[in-house]
Design a protein around this ligand. Structure first.
Ligand code: ZN
Length: 179
């Protein structure tokens, strides 16, 4: 298993539509395992394949505090949505430092394939419901930033640019010492 590099906003590859998975082969099992490792490594509770630069409809989720309840959903589809909305503060491993209070259906029923190839139906509400919907959004190229007010987003982007600039300058300042 290995830790995969994450794409970061505003990478245009995060905006692409992901393809359905045809065969559940060794590569898919390996991808799912690596995605779980990557998610745990970064302390996340969900990760979608496009975030690791793979345009396939696969998400992994684990909302347990011990990280011992992994869930792998292949070709997930939201079959039913609750009319009631609930709000949760969401973050995203591809948009570090940005948090947004998102209003989404309070509960959803998701159908998907498990890694075994079995069809599963999952009723997800509360925080799990929010995470599953967030990850499925990634498969359609939708990001948290879509729901954030333009002003707040501009502030976030400016901050991350300054942060990157600071680290770049610091690196170039120290570079001669390493040579
Ligand atoms: Zn995300």
């Amino acid at each position: 298993m290995s830790i995969l590099p994450l794409l970061r906003d505003p990478d245009p590859r995060l905006r692409k539509l992901s393809r359905r998975i045809g065969a559940l082969d060794k590569d898919i099992r390996q991808l799912a395992g690596n995605m779980l490792d990557t998610m745990y490594q970064h302390g996340g509770c969900g990760l979608a394949a496009p975030q690791v630069n793979t345009r396939l409809r696969l998400i992994v989720v684990d909302i347990s505090s011990r990280g011992d309840s992994p869930l792998v959903l292949i070709n997930p589809i939201i079959a039913r949505l609750d009319n009631e909305l609930s709000r949760h503060e969401e973050g995203c491993l591809s948009i570090p430092g940005l948090y947004a209070a998102m209003r989404r259906p309070a509960s959803v029923v998701v159908t998907a394939l498990a890694l075994t190839g079995k069809c599963i139906e999952l009723e997800a509400s509360g925080w799990l419901g929010a995470v599953v919907q967030h990850e499925i959004d990634h498969l359609d190229g939708k990001l948290l930033t879509d729901a954030v007010a333009a002003k707040e987003l501009a502030r976030y982007r400016k901050q991350t640019r300054q942060h990157a600039e600071f680290h770049r300058k610091r690196r170039s300042f120290f570079l001669p010492l390493h040579e």
